[in-house]
Each structure stands twice: as structure tokens, then as C-alpha cells.
Design a protein around this ligand. Structure first.
Ligand SMILES: Cc1cc2nc3c(=O)[nH]c(=O)nc-3n(C[C@H](O)[C@H](O)[C@H](O)COP(=O)(O)O)c2cc1C
Length: 316
């Protein structure tokens, strides 16, 4: 299983707390994107670059950095830097649906332009000191964009192709288009990773039993809502409720204590804990109303006290 990149969520802090709680349960993570914007060479000091700094990633889930951009020269320059840091693979994000990004033919905005994708692949593949993998959606407006792109992917050496079978226009609404994924899968000559809406072991089984040629499954929101999902996938069976609850509490405790140790202002820590809490609280089976009450607390000591009293009163 691969952990999906999610800006602000599956960042280093999360990946480290996860690995400490569940060592080896997730074999790889793709880091949130490093954005290449024209004429901005300062990306080397950006938060996204620090997120993949190898020193900080020791003891974390093994990570593949991700690039968001459409300028081959900038992509090559960043690939050189990443290779110098010891990375062997970089992932190219051609799926990000955010409007301000897609409007500039970046992320999913490049999917209706196969010529441009082909030109970028020609310019970077074989010219960078590391392997390229791709993470994409089916298309931007049309779910059929992918069928024009597949021959281009096939004619270049790629480590893998991850597909989230929605369009960019859809954002996260509706459902993944499993039938289009089924049409695309046999046409792709690279290892294919499926990504999208897997939040339970049953959904994982449905996808992997129907598509037994996929090389791996990438999960994002499913791990935030249910951090023990990776253990269930490894074991091939659900965890007993008491163990699942105990482990979910342990992960939440580890994550929160790591946030508290960050050199950040209390307001930032409060915001960060609430961001995770809004998702991870589902794993400790707390009624929605009680979980939302915690989101209304607005001082850090009160919030941590409320969360730790929850851990202490839960009956395992
Ligand atoms: C808040 C948020 C941030 C995301 N950031 C990224 C990103 O940096 N790079 C990327 O390729 N995808 C990003 N995604 C998309 C996820 O990697 C993934 O494709 C999507 O959530 C579907 O998978 P899931 O249903 O397992 O969550 C993001 C999604 C969300 C909700």
C-alpha cells in the first residue's frame, strides 16, 4: 500500500508519527507536491522541499518526492537536486484539480493537451538522473483524455502510473469511474497503481480482486479516517474492535505529541491538531457531536486536556 500525497495532511509530521506507531505498515508514501512556478528558484528552501529532506525523513515512511509543473527545464533542475539528496524516483503530478493550478495547464489542467505532455516526457525522460513516475486523473473536463495520453506514457520509460479515476472538473464529487479505469488498465504498459475512495478493507478487496494486474493501491483519506486500515490490509482481515481502538488512540496520541513539540506558535499547533482531529476522530468511534464540540475549543491547553481525557476514559 502507498500513502497518497495530501498537502497539509500527509506531510512529514504525519508520516513520522505513522511509522513510529505502525512500523512498516505502509511501504511507501508520495510526498505532497513541490510546486515549480516560473522564475521562482527559491523552491529549494520551501516547506515542500524541507518535507523531503532526507535527514528529517529518517524513521519515517520511505518517501518519493512529487513535482507539480510543466516546464521541462525546471523539472530537470529540481530532479538534479532531488537526485543529489539521494532520491531514485520523482513523481510528476498531472492530476491536481485546483482551479488556479489547472488554469495554467498544470496538474489536471495539462490532461487535455497530450502534445504538451508528450513534449515534456520527451524532454525529461532519459535526461534526469532518477526515474519518473506519474500520478494522474482520467482527464480534466473529459474522462476520455487519458486514452490520448496512454500511448505517450507507453513510449517513455516510467516507474509507474497512478490513476485516480475522476476528472479534474469533478474535484472529489461523485464516484471514481471504475469502468473507465477498467478500460484504461490493460492499455498501460507500466505498473499501474489504483487510487481513490478506498476507506475499508471490503473496498480494498473489491478493487484488488477485480483488477488483479494493478501493482499497488494508493490510499489517502482512508488512512486519515481509519489509520489502522493498512494493518487490516496486511492481515487480510478486520482487526478486533478493542485492538483497533487502542491502536487508533495510540496513533492520535503520537501525532498530537509530535505537533506539540514543533517549533510553532500555539495558534498554529491548535489549528494543526484540529485539522487532523476533524478526520482521525472517526477512528476512535466518537459520536460526531462530541467530536465537533472539541473543534470549538480555542486554547491549546484546553484542547489537549479534552483529547487526553478522552483517551483515558475510553474502555478498551
Ligand atoms: C487536502 C488534499 C490535498 C491533496 N494534495 C495532493 C498533492 O499534493 N499531490 C497529489 O498528487 N494529490 C493530492 N491530493 C489527492 C490525493 O493524493 C488523492 O489522489 C485523492 O485524495 C484520492 O485518493 P483517496 O480517495 O484515497 O483520498 C490531495 C487531496 C486532498 C483531499
Amino acid at each position: 500500500m502507498i500513502l497518497a500525497p495530501m498537502q497539509g495532511l500527509t506531510e512529514l509530521l504525519f508520516r513520522r508519527a505513522y511509522q513510529r506507531t505502525f512500523p512498516g505498515a505502509i511501504r511507501q508514501a508520495v510526498a505532497p507536491f513541490i510546486s515549480l512556478t516560473a522564475g521562482n528558484p527559491s523552491h529549494t528552501a520551501s516547506k515542500a522541499m524541507l518535507d523531503v529532506e532526507p535527514r528529517h525523513n529518517e524513521g519515517s515512511i520511505p518517501v518519493v518526492p512529487q513535482i507539480l509543473g510543466n516546464d521541462p527545464q525546471q523539472m530537470l533542475a529540481l530532479a538534479d537536486i532531488l537526485a543529489g539528496m539521494g532520491y531514485r524516483e520523482v513523481n510528476w503530478n498531472i492530476g491536481c484539480p485546483m482551479r488556479r493550478i489547472a488554469a495554467k495547464q498544470r496538474g489536471s489542467g495539462i490532461l487535455p493537451h497530450p502534445d504538451r505532455i508528450g513534449a515534456i516526457l520527451d524532454a525529461v525522460c532519459g535526461h534526469m538522473p532518477l526515474q519518473l513516475s506519474v500520478k494522474m486523473r482520467l482527464g480534466h473536463q473529459s474522462p476520455d483524455d487519458i486514452f490520448k495520453i496512454i500511448p505517450l506514457l507507453n513510449s517513455h520509460p516510467l516507474a509507474s502510473v497512478t490513476i485516480h479515476p475522476r476528472t479534474g472538473k469533478q474535484l472529489y464529487s461523485g464516484h471514481p469511474d471504475i469502468e473507465r479505469f477498467a478500460q484504461a488498465l490493460p492499455l498501460i504498459e507500466h505498473p499501474v497503481v489504483y487510487n481513490g475512495d478506498i476507506t475499508t478493507l471490503a473496498q480494498y478487496r473489491t478493487i484488488t480482486s477485480r483488477f488483479n494486474t494493478v501493482s499497488d493501491i494508493m490510499i489517502g483519506r482512508g488512512i486519515l479516517l481509519n489509520p489502522t486500515l493498512s494493518l487490516q490490509i496486511d492481515a487480510g482481515e478486520p482487526l478486533p474492535d478493542d485492538i483497533r481502538l487502542q491502536l487508533s488512540h495510540k496513533f492520535l496520541d503520537n501525532l498530537i505529541s509530535d505537533i506539540l513539540q514543533q517549533p510553532m506558535h500555539d495558534e498554529s499547533k491548535l489549528r494543526k491538531i484540529k485539522e487532523y482531529w476533524a478526520l482521525v476522530h472517526h477512528s476512535i468511534d466518537l459520536p460526531e457531536l462530541s467530536a465537533r464540540q472539541l473543534l470549538r475549543i480555542n486554547t491549546l491547553p484546553d484542547l489537549t486536556k479534552a483529547i487526553s481525557s478522552l483517551s483515558a476514559t475510553t474502555v478498551f
